[in-house]
Design a protein around this ligand. Sequence first.
Ligand code: URA
Length: 434
Amino acid sequence: MRMYDIIMKKRNGGELSKEEIDFFVEGYTKGTIPDYQVSALMMAVYFQKMTERETYYLTMAMAGSGDLLDLSAIQGIKVDKHSTGGVGDKTSLALTPMVAACGIPVAKMSGRGLGHTGGTIDKLESFPGFTTALTTQQFIHNVNSIGIAIMGQTADLAPADKKLYALRDVTATVDNMSLIASSIMSKKLAAGADRIVLDVKTGSGAFMKQEEDAKALAEEMVKIGKNAGRKTIAVISDMDQPLGFAVGNILEVKEAIDTLKGNGPADFVELCLTLGTQMLLAGGKASDAKKARTMLEDTITSGSALQKLSEFVAAQGGDADDVFHPERFPEAAIQREIQAPEDGYITAIVCDEVGICSLILGGGRETKESEIDLTVGIILKKKKGDYVQKGDVLAVIHANDEAKAAEASARYLNACKISGQKPVLPALIREIIS
Ligand code: URA
């Protein structure tokens, strides 16, 4: 078999066989097939798409490219949660301590930022000393002792996805349904959870901009989960504007902490409660959705979720007190206000543009090797549907470089649309597919 023929077959719209998919996944993982050929194949897949069968074979090949985590030493039903990626999406930071405080063992594997979207691991590393490089034994030990652990994708867990994910990130081949579905599900299957709750984003900040594409992606992943014997539930949620107010690593950590103190933005709280409800139901911790929601709300009012976050941070090398003293986090040197140029309603905040503003500021990676600046980002002061008067502050840019602050400000202003007509706001939660 030759990689050249596989690229050409896909470029011409053919359907790859299981053997061909296994061949390229194995060769790429071992390093016998180079980046440039796989880049070409990814671009061919991007334009020609993959059938359901190809997507399933790709998922299973990537899941089987390394170790399969055995979580049987953890008592209880392990429920994993994964987002398809968004802007200001700090859900895991608040939601995982909430569900852990309800007794669901959280044994979660997370990723880094991808394209214009942020990643949970980068955000968690805002806590000085925090590490997600746990051994499997430490990971299992932490879940059994405090109920929660999050680790990065180890070298031996779905290594094919790890390489492909980084390659796609820098070759503009992220937003393809089959590549996203197989990437997410290969990791989830290899990571060993019993049940999987997916947050599938739709809108201008999501990889799937159109709701019908998000729905197709959700259905695809639910089907892959079912075929692989792991019950999977997908929540389709709005990502047409940033989630909450904060975009940027440390800024989002602070917003997650505020949320666990009971001061979270309404949209963010609602998403955490909706996903948490599905996790508690899937994990058998609540008999109905109303009870699940009340249990989750109680973790905020009682402070048990905040306490759980501090235990989690301490168990992974951070300082538990940072959770109670977010003022200790460093701040960016420059804080520049962006003002409304006219009166009117905010009709759109083009969400991937806001993600790009964060990238420009240094909050995300331009190349596989880029270092990120944890302090930079954007705090939104107004959201879609708000009425503003000329001169009102729309957002505050946090930057460490004047030129980047200017570039990001101009881009944000361009992404924020104002009109005399009050917009109709789409629902945050669009559909739940199981
Ligand atoms: N998240 C993933 O894990 N993989 C993708 O391809 C996109 C989002």
